[in-house]
Write a protein of this length. Structure first.
Lengths: 129, 730
């Protein structure tokens, strides 16, 4: 059975691009446009891997990561961000890992790197968290 | 002179004058009363003596009455009992009766019997003829046979005399002449009087009845016991010396005879009571006035002076510590506190204006940056668009398409690098300047840019010894990066040199050599290249954001516009000289030291990429559920996070001081009063920072204790940024 990935990204073009890359790589992909929707989707049925953007409307990535970890400590999370707004791209991703993201990537990202990162995460032993 | 001294001096003067006036008035008033009492008392004692003399005369008349209305006396007066005197008028009897003289006078005044005794010696003495003559001389008119008594002065001696008609027992019949008794007012009598009054008394006969005139110092009549009929008409008092006062009274003589003047001497005890009272009063008054003066001064000190001093201290603080958050702290609700509030309001406005100015300055730097970036990006987008369009044209071979897409990808990657660089600068683009080891900063920057240098390019460095220079390391790195990158581009492929030198320079006044910085001490950074140089036209536009001398695709990075922004941030100065074919020379003047004095040196590694784990003790106040998530999130980052439901709990925690809270974050849900109390606590502590989470448009605003207001809903990301910002603010 295909490993399921929940992709939370507010930019629909990027979400489509990343989603199709993951599908092509053999993952089952569900998408959500912001953190709140992502949590709802995740509550319906947990995914093994969650890819989440940080800067999003309604609910941002930090909150999403904290809540996801609280719901399911075993979920593996990849945080992606272009930095921006506060101008501290490194800090944004560093904080994401402190909140529980297993891997972080900085936009713009190459699809190849992205898919291999997701593949790494999916291969990790879920028990390690 | 200090206000305090002036007021103290004036207060003491006014109170002393008031005190002296009061003492004078009291002296006049209090001592006056006691003076009057004293005089009244002395005169009263004299009157009592007079009354005693009168009573003695009446007593004499009464004794005489018993004898004159007695059958034996009647018989003797009628010549019937010759043995009467021997039986009844013995010396002892007269002594017992306390009379000096007894006399019988016949109806025709022809026959007189008289006997006199000396009461002191208890022996018979010669009858004083003048007294008997007086009694015979018609004084006792038998045609008006009434009893009479009174005081007479005869031959300079005062006597009490009494006369009565002689009648049988029962009083009915024809009088057989007069019977008289007399008592001399002698030393013994006066001694008795003195004994009764307890005061020395003297009795002085008058030669003639005086003409009675009220003495100037006589007392109002109402103050004296009214003399009964025939009694003394005047009394007076006279102060003899500090210890004694004399009281006078007059006893009128009988039937127009001269009378006597009585004088008593009284010790002035009332006066001494008065003086004591006055001294007590003066002491009490003195104490009262001193207390009034002291309390007045203390009140003035506390209500005015201390608060003005405090205002002054706050203002001094404002002057010495360039902290826009400092406010006047004068409590209460009076003119001073209103003055302080007005001052605070003005300071708020000033701080707001300053913040706007700061933002405007940052905005200018940002505009420079944005201009450079826009220019770069447009170039990159032009490349990408062109390549994509070209690749999409029909008839392209696969090989051509791959090449064109490769070009687009390269341009996109360059765009990513630019964004990275901008973000790096944004990260470090804080305006704080701290004394730094400038050569080291330069070396680090050169190291970064040197990787872009092509082979054959030589870097020459020369740094003169230099004290720490107040700079922003990030901005200086950016400046060096951009200028050197330009230099490398200008040199191009050929061999060339980039010279970096650092020297101290003192610019004196009037060194009017064209483009020179204002007078002062500077660290002069000189960057020279052996590149192609710029013509005057290019030089004039070198710092414009959109201006470039290079062909598309070989951009300036962020350009000289950014360099200009950096120097503006440093209050520095740029001097450029360039000639086509001879290279360019940039000189950057960084002011050495600031009027404010020494800046704290930057902690080693504080601005490095490896930000140390956050440390700070936070207190979240309120019941908003978002705070629970914030508590978890901030806790995960390593902050010590505490919670309090409301302001009371928070204040309690702050006052206990055990947690040593650095930052309070309160939700507006705790109410305006609570927010104000926490803001006050933050203002008071000087160290404690205070953030408020409020819905947009709630009216909450930074200033006066509130470090910043975060618009709800507050994402954790914004909260973290705000916390870091607040904690890093000195």
């Amino acid at each position: 059975m295909a490993i399921e990935v929940l992709l939370i990204e507010d930019d629909s073009t990027l979400a489509e691009l990343l989603g199709s890359a993951l599908s092509e790589a053999g993952f089952a992909v569900r998408t959500a446009a912001d953190g709140a929707e992502g949590l709802r989707v995740f509550t319906e049925r947990p995914s093994e891997v969650v890819v989440t953007d940080i800067l999003m409307p309604r609910m941002e990535g930090y909150e999403t990561i904290i809540e996801l970890k609280a719901m399911n400590p075993g979920v593996r999370i990849l945080a992606i961000s272009g930095g921006g707004v506060t101008g501290r791209g490194e800090d944004i991703l560093r904080h994401a890992s402190m909140f529980g993201a297993h891997a972080v990537m900085k936009k713009p990202i190459s699809l190849e790197d992205f898919v291999s990162k997701v593949r790494d995460l999916a291969a990790r032993d879920a028990c390690i968290g | 002179m200090l206000v305090r001294t002036k007021i103290s001096f004036l207060t003491v003067c006014i109170l002393a004058a008031l005190g002296a006036l009061s003492l004078f008035a009291a002296r006049w008033f209090v001592l006056g009363i006691f003076d009057r009492l004293e005089r009244e008392s002395a005169a009263g004692q004299a009157l009592r003596a007079a009354a005693l003399i009168r009573t003695s005369a009446e007593g004499l008349a009464s004794t005489l009455g018993d004898w004159a209305l007695w059958d034996d006396s009647y018989a003797f007066a009628g010549g019937e009992r010759p043995g009467y005197p021997a039986e009844n008028l013995q010396v002892e009897t007269l002594v017992n009766l306390d009379v000096n003289l007894v006399a019988f006078i016949g109806p025709d005044a022809s026959r007189v019997y008289a006997k006199a005794v000396d009461l002191t010696g208890g022996v018979e003495e010669p009858v004083p003829r003048d007294v008997v003559e007086l009694l015979r001389g018609g004084t006792c008119d038998l045609s008006d046979p009434g009893r009479a008594s009174g005081l007479v002065v005869i031959a300079g001696l005062p006597w009490l005399v009494a006369v009565s008609p002689v009648l049988p027992t029962g009083g009915n019949g024809t009088p057989r002449g007069l019977m008289a008794m007399a008592r001399r007012i002698d030393d013994r009598f006066v001694g008795t009087l003195s004994g009764i009054l307890g005061l020395p008394v003297s009795v002085t006969p008058e030669e003639e009845p005086p003409v009675l005139e009220p003495e100037p110092r006589a007392f109002p009549e109402r103050a004296l016991p009214r003399p009964e009929s025939g009694e003394p008409a005047w009394t007076a008092a006279e102060i003899l010396d500090r210890r004694t006062i004399a009281g006078y009274a007059r006893v009128e003589g009988y039937a127009g005879f001269p009378g006597v003047r009585i004088r008593i001497l009284e010790p002035r005890t009332i006066r001494s009571v008065g003086i004591r009272s006055y001294v007590y009063f003066a002491a009490a008054l003195g104490l009262l006035i001193s207390a009034a003066a002291i309390s007045q001064l203390v009140l003035f000190q506390r209500l005015v002076v201390e608060r003005i001093v405090r205002l002054g201290r706050d203002l001094d603080l404002l002057d010495t510590r360039d902290d826009p958050g400092i406010r006047m702290t004068v409590a209460g609700n009076d003119e001073l506190s209103r003055f302080a509030s007005a001052l605070n309001a003005a300071l708020d406005k000033l701080a707001a204006a300053r913040s706007r100015l700061e933002q405007a300055r940052r905005g200018e730097a940002l505009a420079d940056l944005a201009g450079g970036m826009a220019h770069e990006f447009n170039n990159i987008l032009a490349i990408i668009l062109g390549a994509l369009e070209s690749a999409g044209t029909r008839g392209r071979t696969e090989e051509e398409r791959v090449r064109l897409l490769g070009t687009a990808r390269t341009a996109a990657l360059r765009g990513r690098d630019i964004v990275d660089q901008v973000l790096l600068h944004a990260r470090t683009a804080r305006t704080e300047r701290r004394p730094a080891d400038l050569p080291r900063v330069l070396d680090e920057a050169l190291e970064q840019v040197a990787v872009l240098a092509k082979p054959g390019i030589e870097f020459r460095r020369r740094y003169a010894p230099m004290p720490p220079v107040p700079v922003n390391k990030g901005l200086v790195t950016m400046l060096v990066f951009n200028v050197v990158k330009n230099a490398l581009d200008a040199i191009g492929a050929g061999p060339g040199t980039v010279s970096v030198s650092l020297d101290p320079e003192e610019v004196g006044p009037g060194t009017g050599e064209g483009n020179r910085p204002p007078p002062g001490r500077y660290a002069r950074l000189s960057l020279e290249d052996s590149g192609r140089g710029m013509d005057p036209q290019e030089l004039a536009h070198a710092f414009d954001p959109f201006f470039t001398t290079k062909s598309p695709g070989r951009g300036l990075g962020l350009g000289l516009a950014v360099v200009k922004g950096v120097m503006r941030q440093h209050d520095g100065h740029i001097d450029v000289s360039s000639e086509p074919g001879k290279g360019s020379r940039f000189r950057f003047y960084f002011p050495l030291g600031t009027p404010g004095g020494g800046l704290p040196p930057e902690p080693e590694g504080a601005r490095s990429r490896d930000t140390p784990p956050p440390s700070g003790r936070l207190l979240l106040v309120g019941t908003d559920p978002a705070l629970a998530l914030a508590e978890r999130g901030l806790g995960m980052l390593g902050y010590a996070v505490h919670r309090a439901e409301d302001e009371a709990a928070a204040s309690d925690r702050l006052n206990r001081g055990v947690d040593d809270i650095d930052l309070v974050i309160a939700d507006e849900g705790i109410g305006g009063v609570g927010l104000e109390a926490l803001a006050r606590a933050a203002r008071g502590s000087g160290r404690l920072r205070f953030l408020v989470c409020a819905a947009p448009g709630s009216g909450a605003s930074p200033g006066s204790g509130v470090h910043a207001v975060l618009a709800k809903p507050v994402p954790i990301r914004s909260l973290i940024a705000a916390v870091e910002e607040a904690l890093s603010t000195p």
